[in-house]
Write a protein that binds this ligand. Sequence first.
Ligand code: UTP
Length: 295
Amino acid sequence: MKVKTAVIPIAGKGTRFLPATKQIPKEMIPIVDKPMVHYVVEEAVEAGIEQIVFVTSTGKEQIENYFDRNCELESFLLQNGKEELYEKIKSIGQMTEVITVRQKEQLGLGHAIACAAPIVGHDPFAVLLGDDIVLSEKPVIKQLCEVHENYQSGTVIGVMEVDRKETDKYGIISGSVLDGDPKTYTMDSMVEKPKPSEAPTCLATPGRYILNPDIFQALSEIPKGAGGEYQLTDAINLLAKDGGVYAHIFDGDRFDAGNIPGYLRATVEFALRSSEFRSDMEKIIVEKFSEIRKS
Ligand code: UTP
């Protein structure tokens, strides 16, 4: 069944970006010239997703507004001869259908996904984290949709190989690789942040999933987990006990823009990949590098 809906949870408090997030939603902080959530929505739209469900909270209204039309700004740009910018701004408001649902208390990612249940209904859906960006030729969520279609599976988790020294920063899966499909695994379980010596694999789970509505039942059964929050990982582990959960190593470069070092890396990398800003960023890097070497 074609995946038409994507849930993007954006209700978190973004404490790692304080004080900026005292007033600006973390997901609206720009990387070069677009807010981070723009890249995430773009990925979903390019994958053929038709409807975005934002799970939001107080103070996140700017995100909804960003994906709406702004006719006043559009007329201003047109009247002032800025056709190219006009087209760019208009296209953001026409990118996709947006629905929002509120998460009234920030009780964790699992709880945020559960808030989308009344809108998602009975069909499989995608989940993309609003501060996790992946640059790839084929959108990652499309890569996962293909696995979902090939194996008639309800649940597919995007995974990436990480250095064994880093397993304690991620959710890590255990499972068995499929015959004839070396990038896809049947998943037995997921462990949160295992020590390198205890990690069952080096396959980490950043924020990309295809889920079946049976996840909502699992979410209603789990107790609070790590950090006193309802964890999506715990609900997926519950489903994995009955089999039918797949993990797929996706192609693409992933940036965790939800923390400051990851955000800084994303900014440099995206500027270097931009035809407009590449030479500026190169100049900055070269100048700074020679300054640092001299000091
Ligand atoms: P994070 O843990 O990275 O976001 O969750 P956070 O809680 O906003 O960040 P810090 O730790 O306080 O700095 C990943 C994504 O899940 C959403 C966040 O908005 C983010 O996009 N999220 C998290 C929710 O929607 N609800 C929650 O209860 C928790």
